[in-house]
Ligand binder design. Structure first.
Ligand SMILES: [Zn+2]
Length: 300
């Protein structure tokens, strides 16, 4: 998926669907992360999504970040898009829609299934009334919470999504994108940060959900996932992959290196490039994997 002219996010996702690639979604909560993501994407000339959860939006401001990303998109004529990640109330969704976000993850997955369906359907209608082009993603199942480092793995086995649930949810809500629970998990275990263990995905479940729901699929909690599983997941129908914790780990390490290298310096733009470089390396390696040439198209 090479960048040549401007497309909508929906067009780019359809392209990804047809070429068997995935769009990388990277969470940001400051200018270091945004600079790193944008630089990595431009170097590889691939489209990219940046996302902010409610907490990340609270810190940066929904309107300022929307203006910033829009200005990058316009100045460089570049397909960088903005997602309102994990939004847990319609009020916060409306705020993001009015600020100009291109997509939203409306996440009522903690509620019982029927209630999740009802509230997501209402949100799709309300948000599309504000901006018909905004893509709405719904979520089913349990993938844990918090893109942080966890000491112990939560038991998510009972919260895995089924193809039947996925089909029913998509048909009843009218969402554009679905985020299922397929072995993925938010955050990373300490052993994953050390590189000793990897997350594994249920590829057959992904393929079954794609077959049943015939919709764009997002994989949340991609940090620390086995590379080969990510390739197979994309081939099985994943169109967007979220990476957050890996970036946060790199951000902290890069910042510590920048401070350690210049113990007496106080100039932010001399210290922070270490953090930008550390994050950029992670983004770049993930984007390369998501955009590898695959010799088959996904079925939808
Ligand atoms: Zn997520």
């Amino acid at each position: 998926m090479e960048v040549n002219n401007m497309h909508s996010l929906r067009d780019l996702l359809q392209d990804a669907q047809q070429t068997g690639k995935a769009i990388g979604h990277f969470n940001i909560s400051d200018l270091v992360l945004l600079k790193a993501v944008f630089a990595a994407a431009r170097e590889l000339n691939v489209p990219v999504l940046v996302g902010l959860s409610e907490g990340e939006r609270e810190f940066v401001g929904a309107r300022p970040i929307a203006a910033f990303v829009r200005s990058l998109r316009e100045e460089f004529d570049y397909p960088i898009f903005l997602n309102a990640d994990h939004t847990h109330s319609l009020a916060k969704g409306v705020e993001a829609a009015k600020a100009g976000f291109d997509s939203i993850v409306f996440d009522m997955s903690a509620l019982p299934f029927d209630q999740n369906v009802r509230e997501t359907k209402q949100a799709v209608e309300a948000l599309k009334a504000i901006n018909p082009a905004m893509l709405v993603e719904g979520e089913i199942g349990d993938i844990g919470s918090g893109s942080e480092i966890h000491d112990q793995a939560p038991d998510l086995s009972k919260g895995l999504s089924t193809p039947e649930q996925a089909k029913q949810f998509v048909e009843s809500t009218g969402v554009d994108i679905l985020a299922p629970a397929v072995g993925n998990m938010h955050g990373m275990l300490r052993s994953m940060v050390r590189g000793e263990t990897k997350k594994r995905l249920d590829i057959e479940r992904i393929a079954g959900i794609k077959q049943a729901a015939r919709i764009l699929l997002t994989l949340h909690g991609g940090s620390g996932t086995d590379d080969e599983d990510l390739r197979k997941a994309i081939a099985a129908g994943i169109n967007i992959v979220h990476i957050n914790t890996e970036l946060r780990v790199a951000w902290r390490r890069g910042l510590e290196q920048g401070l350690a290298k210049q113990p007496d310096d106080v100039v932010p733009y001399k210290i922070l490039p270490s953090a930008v470089d550390a994050v950029k390396q992670v983004v770049s390696s993930r984007l390369k994997l998501f955009n590898e040439e695959r010799h088959f198209a996904q079925g939808m």
